[in-house]
Structures are given as structure tokens and as C-alpha cells.
Design a protein around this ligand. Structure first.
Ligand SMILES: [Zn+2]
Length: 235
């Protein structure tokens, strides 16, 4: 499947495409593309929960943290681990088979600056082309939450366009730690990086299907509600 047909299936709308109006809402959510410098300057509370696109290069995967967490297959809440048992704080049940989700801190940069970005499960899944549960299964017995697999380390130097959701902390305490909720191949990669971008496209899953990280956006009308929501990139 070509990139365009895949994007179309996911609801991506390019600047020159007529927007189909068969969705519940006829409006297309226009997400502004900003530089990292402009992103950091969005400290007014009016930007809280808003989404912005940033085209960046992945510089470094932070290795001093865990790369996945266990969550409840039913409510997707992060589970508490005690003596090898997992308990859902929400459902109050012991969970024998957990769902694993990526959560990785990454340093990204563009020509205007550098930022720390928490790559959500959806973003990492797109980049590496498989779910955290599958990754853990494939790595087998010796896998630990602290040893980041090579497939994830290999995302360094990739060009990617991130959907960044402004957190309360970004505007309330001027935190420069951001949350990326989705990722797209960069449209205008530098020639030297075309190979890595191509690889990203090949690895990309057709649809992310997650909505837990994005649930925070649901409180604000006009924000991105899921990975499959119609998005119009503005450049
Ligand atoms: Zn639960």
C-alpha cells in the first residue's frame, strides 16, 4: 500500500484534497505546524490541551528510564506491580495477563531548538512497526523494562512529524517536557535522510487504534480525539 493511500484510509487530508463530509462532524481539525521554538513559547493557558505539529529529527532515546508499562486490558489504566502481581487501581482486580504499552522519553531537535518529548505508545508503535506486547514477546525471557531494544534505539536520526498535545504543565509551570500523541513521516526530509524516512513508512502500522493517551485531548472541543481523526496539516 502506498503512503498516500494509507494516510487517506486513516483520514489524513493533504492541503489540496477535497475533504469528504461523511463524518459526524463536517469540520476538519486544522493543526498548525510550529517550530520547537514556537512550541516552547506557547505558554498561555489558552494553548492548554491544544495540538500542534512539529517536524523534528529524533536525536536521542533516553536510556535511563523504562520503555514500557503494564496496563489493564479492560480500562487501560497503568497497573501497580507488587511481588510479581499486577493490580488495576481502577478495576481493583488482579490482572494475570497485562497489556504492554510503550512510553519512551526522546530528545528531538529542529533548526530552532531541542525538546524532551514523551513518545506515547501510539508514536513508538508507528516508528517501530509493532506493538509493545509483541516486542516483549519476541525478545523473550531476558527482556527487562530498563534495557531498551535495538529496534527502538534505531529510531535515532529519523525525521518525523509529531502531533504534540500541550499539557497543563507546559503552560502552568512552563515545563518543556512535551507529549507526542501521534507521528507521521516528515514531508520534506533532507536528502541524506530519505532512507530512514522510507524505512519508517514501511514499518508504519496501518492504524494505531490507541486512545488512552489521547483521552486527555477529549476535554477540549476541536482537538484530536484519536489517531484516526481527520487531520489537516498546515504548512
Ligand atoms: Zn482496569
Amino acid at each position: 500500500m502506498t503512503l498516500i493511500s494509507r494516510l487517506n484510509r486513516e483520514g489524513y487530508v493533504s492541503n489540496d484534497t477535497v475533504v469528504p463530509t461523511n463524518s459526524v462532524s463536517d469540520s476538519v481539525h486544522v493543526i498548525e505546524t510550529v517550530t520547537l521554538k514556537e512550541l516552547v513559547e506557547k505558554t498561555s493557558t489558552k494553548y492548554s490541551k491544544m495540538n500542534f505539529m512539529c517536524s523534528v529529527k529524533i536525536k536521542k532515546v533516553q536510556t535511563n528510564d523504562t520503555w514500557w508499562y503494564d496496563c489493564c486490558p479492560k480500562c487501560h489504566e497503568e497497573l501497580n506491580e507488587f511481588e510479581g502481581m499486577f493490580k488495576c487501581p481502577n478495576c481493583k482486580l488482579t490482572i494475570p495477563v497485562t497489556e504492554k504499552r510503550y512510553r519512551i522519553m526522546i530528545i528531538v531537535e529542529d533548526s530552532t531548538g531541542v525538546a524532551n518529548v514523551n513518545f506515547s505508545n501510539c508514536v513508538v508503535k508507528r516508528l517501530v512497526g509493532k506493538s509493545a506486547t509483541n516486542m516483549v514477546d519476541e525478545l523473550g525471557e531476558g527482556v527487562t523494562k530498563s534495557s531498551i531494544p535495538q529496534l527502538i534505539m534505531d529510531v535515532a536520526e529519523k525525521d518525523v512529524t509529531l502531533n504534540i498535545a500541550i499539557r497543563d504543565d507546559n503552560v502552568l509551570i512552563n515545563s518543556t517536557l512535551y507529549n507526542a500523541t501521534d507521528a507521521y513521516p516528515s514531508k520534506n526530509p533532507k536528502p541524506s535522510s530519505s532512507e530512514s524516512v522510507q524505512k519508517f513508512e514501511d514499518n508504519t502500522l496501518s492504524s494505531c487504534g490507541d486512545n488512552v493517551e489521547l483521552a486527555i485531548c477529549d476535554k477540549t472541543p476541536g482537538s484530536v480525539k484519536s489517531c484516526n481523526k481527520k487531520i489537516k496539516l498546515v504548512r
